[in-house]
Design a protein around this ligand. Sequence first.
Ligand SMILES: NC(=O)c1ccc[n+]([C@@H]2O[C@H](COP(=O)([O-])OP(=O)(O)OC[C@H]3O[C@@H](n4cnc5c(N)ncnc54)[C@H](OP(=O)(O)O)[C@@H]3O)[C@@H](O)[C@H]2O)c1
Length: 313
Amino acid sequence: MTNSDLFRHRTIGLSSGDTAIPAVGFGTLIPDPVAAKQAVLTALKVGFRHFDCAERYRNEQVVGEALQEAFAAGIVQRKDLFITTKLWNTNHRPARVKPAFEASCRRLQVDYIDCYLIHTPFAFQAGDDQDPRDEHGQVIYDSGVTLIETWRALEGLVDSGRCKSIGLSDVTLKTLREIVAVARIKPAVVQVESHPYLPEWEMLEFCQEHGVVLLAFAPLGHNMEPNLLDDPVIKAIAARVGKTPAQAALAWAVQRGTAFLTTSKTPHRIEENFDISALPEDAMREMRDGIKTNIRFNSVVETGVPGFIPQVR
Ligand SMILES: NC(=O)c1ccc[n+]([C@@H]2O[C@H](COP(=O)([O-])OP(=O)(O)OC[C@H]3O[C@@H](n4cnc5c(N)ncnc54)[C@H](OP(=O)(O)O)[C@@H]3O)[C@@H](O)[C@H]2O)c1
């Protein structure tokens, strides 16, 4: 293996013990089912081994079909994959957790999940409608269940053996601290928005102190304005090392100790996003000190309602 191979296959050990998460991950938030299936197959072929799913994405079925096709074609075996999926906001009541987990396993056609996340810390009114709204269009929250009660139900899934690790998503550092303080099984992973315009250094420091992996979503800023792929610091570093700005941003994510989830429907970009190499230390320093823009692109952390916020220049 070359140094670049070692870099793009880097794994981070999880606090749960015998499992490690590949730092380079592929997200399946692609609404069109045909495109989602094709993207997952391409990602498997180019070498991605870590896939992020969610019942909320309403496409676990096609992701499962892509996985089955790849298994049948001998591209990969289940044991070589790391599969994450997530519990949606309407299933926070403890009695709903196991059925939701099992439904995800069925749709994905897998016997176990490597990591199960609480998608957001916001409980919505329990039921089959993923977006319960009142007559004014406001989200109906569920005040009858606390996050720690939901967490205890996830701990039960680990005890049952079908879920190797558990974690949180879209939480603030304050909420992460609260759960870490009382959890019997500590969160192994926390998935939050993070990229050079939202580095979340304080969250990363806390995670590293407590053995939690920070899994960055939108590592390329979700292709939104201001586009970090046009950032002068990132562009200059990319030109210097003979890589694209996307590859520089993704390498930075791995090298500073996070895992990332990138997504693309475009085959050559999927390939590009896997083909990353370590950056020189001075480039890492420049990324940290030279970029002043600070932007959160996704407001889910504030309300539990998913969505990237269109930015006005
Ligand atoms: N926990 C949460 O609440 C949450 C929220 C959002 C996302 N996520 C997870 O994180 C994953 C990744 O998020 P994301 O989609 O925002 O990631 P991203 O990789 O930052 O952004 C993807 C966007 O960038 C474009 N792109 C990808 N590679 C590129 C490249 N090399 N050059 C130029 N443009 C490129 C894609 O376009 P094309 O597709 O047109 O190529 C797509 O529009 C999701 O799939 C999901 O699994 C989780």
